[in-house]
Design a protein around this ligand. Structure first.
Ligand SMILES: [Fe+2]
Ligand SMILES: [Fe+2]
Length: 176
């Protein structure tokens, strides 16, 4: 599976670049983090029909555009950063489990937060909420902030689109 990803690394990098290039404000907010060496850890991991980096950049981009369209102005940097890091886990979710040994769907937000704070330092309260609560209602505690709710909804919409494309291409859905 990883060989498949690396074989298409140029195309996948192009997907990220395309999203970054669509909006100048988003590119300015997101580029430093996406281009950082630490972000390579999720660039080689698969997520439905995309890499985990493609998925995360897509969630951040659409959440950012929707929030700005709704009139959000103050917390757009934190929204973008939280969304870019919401799935910052470092294992293949189709064949491995989180460090906790629990189920991926329930435990990866905590692991993503730990990895993100190790790589990039302490996250803000809003960024932490975006990462920890993005799997609600599968995980019981709901998002606390409007920005977290937007990311939570956009993550599901992007994942459904990726799953649909993965099914149509015959790759299947994987597991929680
Ligand atoms: Fe997730
Ligand atoms: Fe996600």
């Amino acid at each position: 599976m990883e060989a498949d990803i690396s074989a298409n690394s140029f195309e996948r990098a192009s997907k990220e670049s395309r999203l970054l290039g669509r909006d100048e404000q988003f590119r300015c907010l997101a580029e430093d983090l996406v281009r950082s060496p630490e972000y390579d850890t999720i660039r080689g991991l698969s997520h439905h029909d995309a890499s985990l980096a493609d998925h995360s950049v897509a969630v951040a981009y659409y959440a950012f555009v929707i929030a700005r369209r709704l009139g959000f102005r103050r917390n757009l940097v934190e929204l973008a950063r939280g969304a870019l890091l919401h799935d910052f886990f470092h294992y293949d979710w189709r064949v491995s489990r989180p460090r906790s040994g629990g189920l991926h769907g329930f435990d990866h937000p905590r692991e993503a937060l730990e990895n993100a704070e190790t790589a990039y330092g302490p996250l803000s309260r809003l960024e932490r909420d975006i990462v920890l609560r993005h799997m609600w209602p599968l995980t019981p505690i709901p998002p606390r902030y409007a920005e977290s709710i937007i990311v939570c909804i956009v993550d599901k919409a992007v994942s459904i689109g990726e799953s649909w494309r993965s099914l149509r291409s015959g790759k299947g859905l994987g597991v929680l």
